[in-house]
Design a protein around this ligand. Structure first.
Ligand SMILES: Nc1ncnc2c1ncn2[C@@H]1O[C@H](COP(=O)(O)OP(=O)(O)OP(=O)(O)O)[C@@H](O)[C@H]1O
Ligand SMILES: [Mg+2]
Length: 284
């Protein structure tokens, strides 16, 4: 769905590249996570997908076509984009923010509004918020509006730049779960930026670990990244070498409490076989 081919970006006036020779495939219907610390080039990479930034060298293909050969307006409307800072229009209501693209695409006001209300429900926003302005919302509510707006154009491709940053853990977990469900239901292709390893492990079917200077350190499934980090940088970034990730099962048979390397409980071991039996029993 997205291909980066030897992509580099050096901003004018800078000696160091922000993105350095990145070759990467983000497959359709999957979530690819760009994981790296601040300044590692995540946003720069993402904004090259919808032509908001042009690569200095190399090319980016979306749906098999070089974005440089695509009409930028049409390209952007075909891609949902959740900005790092929310990026809502301050003088438009919540409903109007969400309905922006459908209205541009010629939907009637009535139809666009109905769609906005559906999406608000989907991301867990109360209908009473529809007439509020972004300044009258909490940070978490604003981020939900940003996600709803990105979903409104029913794009099969979604770019999400730290969409759940600055949220408290409960709201964040809630939105992560909703996104997982949505992605599975709709088969959306997602490119997701985060610097949070737990979020990357939860959401990513592939994780791309970036090091300083916008170079790829490793690409792999969550299991691969955790169990076979490519080098010390990846190991320490994902914490594979820290006590927190070295989990053991503790307690008498049947208790199955999972503890970390220091013996602190971190969870309860699920019986996978029983889960599978349940699902088979439910006819799935
Ligand atoms: N418009 C710009 N002009 C010059 N340099 C820039 C510009 N935008 C970003 N940079 C630089 O490019 C590098 C990568 O920035 P980028 O925003 O892609 O990082 P990031 O991984 O998204 O970081 P963060 O996690 O803080 O959002 C940084 O060193 C940054 O200072
Ligand atoms: Mg960024």
């Amino acid at each position: 769905m997205i291909d980066f081919e030897r992509v580099s970006k050096t901003y004018p006036g800078s000696d160091e590249p922000a993105v350095d020779d990145v070759t990467l495939h983000a497959p359709a219907g999957r979530t690819t996570v760009l994981l790296g610390s601040s300044g590692s080039g995540k946003t720069t990479l993402m904004r090259m997908v919808n032509r908001m930034i042009a690569p200095t060298s190399g090319r980016v293909l979306v749906r098999g076509v070089d974005v440089a050969d695509q009409d930028p307006v049409r390209l952007r409307r075909s891609i949902g984009y959740v900005l790092q800072d929310g990026g809502l229009f301050p003088h438009r209501t919540v409903a109007d923010n969400i309905a922006t693209v459908p209205v541009l695409d010629g939907a009637t006001r009535r139809r666009a509004r109905a769609r906005a209300m559906e999406l608000m429900e989907l991301v867990g926003l109360d209908a009473s918020m529809a007439r509020r302005f972004p300044a009258q919302l909490s940070g978490g509510q604003r981020q939900r509006v940003g996600v709803a707006r990105a979903l409104a154009n029913e794009a099969d491709l979604l770019l999400m730049d730290e969409p759940f940053g600055a949220l408290d853990p409960l709201v964040r977990a809630d939105l992560q779960r909703e996104l997982l469900g949505l992605q599975r239901r709709l088969g959306t292709t997602i490119l997701f930026v985060t610097h949070d390893i737990d979020e990357a492990l939860l959401l990513g079917s592939r994780i791309v670990v970036l090091r300083a200077g916008g170079r790829i350190a490793q690409v792999g499934s969550p299991e691969e990244i955790l169990s076979a980090p490519a080098d010390d940088f990846v190991a320490s970034f994902v914490g594979a070498d820290s006590a927190r990730r070295r989990l053991r099962v503790h307690g008498p048979a049947g208790a199955r409490i999972v503890v970390d390397g220091d013996g602190r409980p971190v969870g309860v071991l699920d019986d996978l076989d029983a889960d599978l039996d349940d699902e088979a029993g439910a006819g799935r």
